[in-house]
Design a protein around this ligand. Structure first.
Ligand SMILES: Cc1ncc(COP(=O)(O)O)c(C=O)c1O
Length: 425
């Protein structure tokens, strides 16, 4: 009898456990306080409804549920995507055509299949690499590992503006890179990328022959400054580029499973081919809804305003306790608390607040340490009153964690100084 393990792809075993499975393992044995309602701030899921007009459109298109949808999208869907690109990023989108767009049942599946279609078996005579930012969205790792590539996790530290350090990329790595995932604005830190950075990375992609996949999932969720799109940095020329756009956060429609990819025709065609064999193509009624959502910017202004109010509430509660530089985009607080895992456990135990340790979003190095170890990620998605209540409970615990980390650090450096002095005697 052949063992069941031989029926499972070995690649699957290489995936890091999903962040929320790790969170459950950390918190399941811990009892939160009984006298207060628990508040979950771990999942980046919109808590507001998607626009009301969605119901009417679904109803109008109910006769289409019996039809198989076209892989490449309906003309109305793809035109709506292009229309939004023009309104959002300007005239640089004028040269794009509907055949450069593919509808996706959520960008996660789109990114996954893009990697399966576009990562060759060998690059520069070796196993190809797929680069991803660290911390990272789990979907990037899944795409990379299951394509047979080596995932290369590029640390994003405060010192490099929470971006992969392009100066540190080895020429031999660049030569075998097949695909490079970038999240713009960054997730979870909410940094708006400088134009120069995008321009430089686009140049590297073209020079070294890799696909630059820019995930712009949070490009519509921002505070005072509108994030630049990769389309603008590329001046409308999508050579070597794929841009992934999602309705999940923009339109509070995570359950709709709707997004699209737009890019270089030479990269879209292989995806179209693979998708005809494998994709859960977006049903026609959903394409109609997605088109209407891309056509409408008014509801998005409302979504943005509500996140602003939520950040205001979170910042007001945090300010008396700890310094916090407000994220420019997205809806997460990414807080340096010294020890993210310990802090997440304390927040749950003492305050009934569920947050995600940064370590669960980050790949650890051979020393077992990761760039996310010091952080917790807090989703600012609830109404302002709930956020004020949650952060009111959490802030003293967060401040205590930071102070403890600072004290530990000063003990370590005092000990080191003492050892040095002793060694010098
Ligand atoms: C950074 C990032 N990219 C992509 C996605 C996938 O979005 P969707 O598949 O809902 O379009 C998510 C979802 O949480 C995300 O956080």
């Amino acid at each position: 009898m052949v063992g069941a393990e031989s029926m499972v792809a070995e690649r699957l075993e290489r995936l890091t456990d999903y962040p929320f499975a790790r969170l459950r393992a950390l918190l399941d044995g811990i009892q939160p306080p009984q006298d207060r309602d628990p508040i979950s701030m771990s999942v980046g899921e919109p808590q507001d409804p998607c626009p009301d007009f969605v119901a009417g459109i679904l109803d109008e298109h109910r006769a289409d549920w019996n039809r198989y949808p076209p892989v490449g999208g309906t003309p109305a869907h793809n035109q709506a995507c292009l229309g939004w690109l023009r309104r959002r990023f300007g005239a640089v989108a004028d040269g794009l055509t509907p055949d450069q767009v593919l509808p996706l049942s959520g960008t996660r599946e789109g990114m996954f299949l893009a990697a399966q279609a576009l990562v060759p078996e060998r690059k520069a005579g070796r196993q190809p690499a797929v680069c991803l930012p660290n911390p990272y969205y789990a979907g990037y790792e899944g795409s990379a590992v299951m394509s047979g590539a080596e995932p290369v996790y590029l640390d994003c530290r405060a010192e490099t503006g929470f971006l992969p350090d392009l100066d540190a990329l080895d020429p031999s790595l660049l030569a075998r890179t097949a695909l490079f995932f970038l999240c713009s604005p960054t997730n979870p830190q909410g940094v708006i990328l400088p134009r120069d950075y995008l321009v430089r990375l686009i140049g590297l992609a073209r020079r070294h022959g890799f696909v630059l996949a820019v995930d712009e999932c949070y490009v519509e969720i921002y505070g005072d400054r509108k994030p630049i799109g990769a389309l603008e940095a590329a001046d409308g020329d999508l050579t070597s580029l794929l841009l992934f756009q999602s309705l999940s956060k923009r339109s509070n429609a995570a359950g709709l499973r709707a997004g699209f990819v737009v890019g270089d025709r030479a990269l879209i065609e292989p995806q179209r081919r693979l998708r005809s064999y494998s994709a859960a193509c977006m049903p026609l009624p959903i394409q109609a809804v997605a088109a209407a959502l891309w056509d409408d910017d008014a509801h998005v202004a409302g979504v943005r305003d509500r996140y602003r109010q939520r950040f205001d509430a979170a910042c007001a509660s945090l300010a008396p306790h700890l310094p916090y530089q407000r994220a420019e985009a997205g809806f997460f607080l990414w807080l340096d608390v010294g020890d993210g895992v310990e802090t997440a456990a304390s927040l749950w135990r003492e305050a009934g607040i569920r947050v995600l340790p940064g370590a669960f979003l980050s790949k650890a190095g051979p020393d077992g340490r990761s760039v996310g170890d010091r952080y917790v990620r807090i989703a600012v998605v609830h109404d302002p009153a709930t956020i004020a209540e949650a952060m009111g409970r959490a802030a003293p615990i967060l401040a205590r964690s930071r102070e403890k980390a600072a004290a530990d650090l000063s003990t370590i450096s005092n000990n080191e100084a003492r050892r040095e002095r002793a060694g010098g005697l």
